[in-house]
Design a protein around this ligand. Structure first.
Ligand code: GLN
Length: 198
């Protein structure tokens, strides 16, 4: 049997420690990733919530942008949450000046899409795991997927038609924070993708 996978958490800015705690509770090994050498040691990567333009800038400074793009192109499983979803999108609207993404997900994501009156809220979102009940998750200055390209698939939406979760092959992007309310279903779903990819 192959050893348990090592899940990386990009640790340049954002709430990576909450993800690490949740993943460790689910029984996998987690490493914080800040350098290309650390990236090379992980089987999969979590891009946390935070500020996507800051994570973008720091990724370029720490020279992990191109290595992450190369690993995504080779099929590394990635879970992007909130700012992490923005970083996985091929196209973004309302970007900060000069803001770039790693890309990989054939979607257009609008930053801060719920506006200031809904800066932060909780809502029920369908579970990605068949047969499980919807769970409450937190939206914090959350983005929305405003266009789902041909290669990507919408997994969940709120208020009718606002797409907040997408999957494309080994990439999973969600606009909310399941780790804030303790919903483990998205991380468990991600670990299934990681197992399938091995
Ligand atoms: N609005 C943030 C951004 O554009 C994302 C917020 C979050 O990750 N909670 O990066």
């Amino acid at each position: 049997m192959s050893p348990a996978p090592i899940i990386g958490g990009l640790a340049l800015q954002g709430d990576v420690r909450e993800h690490a705690r949740m993943l460790e509770q689910l029984g996998v090994r987690v490493r914080l990733v800040r350098t290309p050498a650390e990236l090379a040691e992980v089987d999969a990567l979590v891009l946390p919530g935070g500020e996507s333009s800051t994570i973008d800038k720091l990724s370029r400074i720490f020279e992990v942008t191109e290595p992450i793009r190369a690993r995504i192109a080779k099929g590394m499983p990635v879970l992007g949450t909130c700012a992490g979803l923005i970083l996985l999108a091929d196209r973004i609207t309302d970007a900060a000046p000069g803001q770039q993404t790693f890309g990989g997900l054939d979607v257009t994501v609008q930053r801060n899409a719920f506006g200031s009156q809904l800066d932060s809220f909780e809502a029920e979102v369908a579970s990605p795991i068949e047969g499980e009940e919807p769970a409450t998750v937190a939206f914090i200055r959350a983005p929305i997927v405003v266009e789902v390209g041909e290669r990507a698939e919408a997994l969940a939406s709120v208020t009718g038609d606002r797409v907040v979760a997408v999957r494309q092959d080994n990439l999973l992007g969600i606009s909310f924070h399941p780790e804030v309310t303790g919903d483990t279903s998205w991380h468990r779903h991600f670990l299934e993708l990681v197992e399938e990819a091995r």
